[in-house]
Design a protein around this ligand. Structure first.
Ligand code: ATP
Ligand code: MG
Length: 418
């Protein structure tokens, strides 16, 4: 029996992992530079957490969750996104009493039972962040700028930032009536999901992926035309702040986001290169979410970026990511007698943090040299009995062929200084 990775899952192989490390490290560095710290949350939560926060009229909850009963009879769901878990942790760990804003970033796997296609997997990765306790639009602009700094530092160009406001429960109530009036005459022709969304959550109808529904939704009234005064001021101020930071944006009233918890600012970064939907990253404000779970009124905002889609974008834009050389030097043995000496020297080098390799599979000297060359190890040292007796070795630089004579008992400091 030969096994294969499950549909919609993928191995990330050692030969590709450096690209992930680069993106992960850069994202962490950028977040740190804005005062964010990492949080790690569990892979699964109780199902109800996602039903309540993501929302039970959303595609994610209705169709995409990996839900099962564990042996204790609890309904468990593999996280389809990070915000719900972070909000749960924020409340559970008493972070509501910390100084605002409380800022956290994460790098997680997420699970959604989806139709697998380019950029759409069943297990995927998200880089994301959440910030709690800041009400004004300054932080909206700041988290958008985190993404622009991250893209810049990775060398990504030409992503399109689209912003929208989906208001607060007050403006949405008035808007929902307008939306229902608009959809009512065609409701019979829309998909079953939309028929049920019509009463429960008409805003979701704008986000429907069904082609016929999309065509109807295209002419729907825009929520930004019905914002209450406070929401309108927030949106206007955000636009000014983005302009101040030199961040270009477009207003796209079709962005309502696929998760129910959003309020006011919502945004996406788009590109042509990442598959059908073209969205690399999405986020927004969720001012009512903490309150709905805990009773204390704490505004929040966050985003999540699809790591696979981001790396796909890097590839499409021809971004060159340098592959690091963790192994600096290969110690080749001229005969078996010197191998114990080489093992001890390797141990010393590694204790000093210098990556090195020695023969582990009984290769003859020539084959060892061939291996070191093929593995692109930058330096090679040939060790025989003479070298040990004279306490002298030649360090060969494989890039230019040059050799440097070094005392054998001084090689750790030699490599520490190059
Ligand atoms: P889409 O409209 O593409 O389905 P979404 O609105 O469901 O995206 P979000 O919940 O906002 O996505 O998740 C944030 C980001 O995570 C997306 O912008 C995307 O880059 C990534 N993402 C979402 N679902 C998947 C998936 N199934 N496979 C790979 N990446 C995904
Ligand atoms: Mg989706």
């Amino acid at each position: 029996m030969r096994y294969a990775a499950q549909k919609g899952t993928k191995d990330i192989l050692p030969q590709d992992i450096y690209r992930w490390h680069k993106a992960e490290q850069t994202f962490a560095e950028v977040c740190h530079s804005y005062g964010y710290e990492e949080i790690r949350i569990p892979t699964f939560e109780q199902t109800d957490l996602f039903q309540r926060s993501v929302g039970d009229t959303t595609d994610v909850v209705q169709k995409e969750m990996y839900t099962f009963d564990d042996k204790g009879g609890r309904s468990i769901t593999l996280r389809p996104e990070g915000t719900a878990g972070v909000v749960r942790s924020f409340i559970e760990n008493g972070m509501t009493s910390l100084a605002s804003p409380v800022r956290m970033f994460y790098n997680i796997t997420a699970f959604r039972y989806e139709n697998v296609q380019k950029g759409r997997m069943r297990e995927f990765h998200q880089f994301g962040l959440e910030a709690f306790g800041a009400q004004g639009p300054e932080i909206d602009a700041e988290i958008i700028s985190i993404l622009t700094v991250f893209f810049d530092r990775m060398g990504i160009k030409n992503t399109k930032l689209c912003i929208n406001s989906i208001g607060c429960p007050t403006c949405r109530k008035a808007y929902n009536d307008k939306l229902k009036d608009y959809f009512r005459p065609n409701l019979e022709k829309m998909c079953d999901d939309c028929k049920s969304r019509f009463d429960k959550n008409p805003l979701r109808m704008i986000d429907c992926k069904d082609d016929r529904c999309k065509a109807f939704a295209a002419g729907a009234p825009r929520l930004i035309d019905y914002l209450c005064e406070d929401c309108n001021n927030h949106f206007e101020s955000l636009k000014k702040q983005l302009e101040n930071l030199g961040i270009k944006y477009e207003i796209d009233s079709s962005i309502v986001r696929g998760l129910d918890y959003y309020t006011r600012t919502v945004f996406e970064f788009k590109s042509e290169n990442v598959g059908t939907q073209g969205t690399i990253c999405g986020g927004g404000r969720y001012d009512g979410l903490v309150e709905s779970m805990d009773g204390s009124s704490v505004p929040g905002i966050g985003f999540a970026m699809g790591a696979e889609r981001f790396l796909m974008e890097c590839e499409a834009q021809g971004i060159e990511i340098e592959k690091p050389n963790y192994v600096k030097v290969y110690l080749a043995s001229l005969n078996d007698e010197v191998k114990p000496f080489i093992s001890k020297t390797c141990l010393e080098l590694r204790r000093a943090g210098i990556g090195c390799e020695q023969d582990l599979v009984g290769r003859a000297f020539k084959a060892q040299m061939k291996y070191a060359n093929k593995a692109k190890i930058p330096y090679v040292i040939v060790v025989g009995e003479d070298e040990i007796a004279n306490n002298k070795v030649n360090v060969k630089n494989m890039a230019d062929g040059s050799q440097t004579e070094v005392a054998l008992d001084g090689i750790v400091s030699f490599f520490e200084n190059i």
